[in-house]
Design a protein around this ligand. Sequence first.
Ligand code: IMP
Ligand code: MG
Length: 183
Amino acid sequence: MKQKCYKGLTFIPYIESERIRERVAELGSEITSRFEGKNPLLICVLNGAAPFALDLFRSIDTDAEIAFIRLKSYEGMESSGKVKEVLGLTDSIKGRDVIIVEDIIDTGRTMHKLMADLGEMEPASLSVATLLFKPEALKCPEVKPDYVGFEIPVKFIIGYGLDIDGLARNLRDIYVLKDESHK
Ligand code: IMP
Ligand code: MG
């Protein structure tokens, strides 16, 4: 796992694929016990959450379904705060046990809006699974993820679905932007 360069920036290894795999399996077991005998619906927020959502989905050992939506709020390395509408949800979620699956919760604005929009569609329950969570960046205290892969400090992360301007999503490991301030 060497360092990677994108857009002239250097990223260093942060969470190895094996550690991700183990943690996703743990979350899958938690969800399995919680929803045993039920039929939870995972809603994957594209594009970033795709690798995590598919791995999580396959680690759930009870009947589960998956759907994919888009909702973009991020440009480059700064959260724009702009949140668009939910796109791509074709079937009703009324009465369903819905688990929103995200790659990362940063300010929480995206998740806050998404929970409000999906909440209006009358699911039986609404929970949140996120691979990464930056608690110190959270601006919406109402956002309390139920399943968290890793709590991380306020740093810019790429890999395993997370991108920098569309790049690096295909990395198997997670990398963090190198802090150049101590050079
Ligand atoms: P929030 O609305 O500020 O919580 O931002 C959530 C979205 O911003 C995530 O779904 C990501 O797409 C993006 N994002 C936040 N932090 C990072 C990061 O460190 N790397 C890559 N994307 C990020
Ligand atoms: Mg995202």
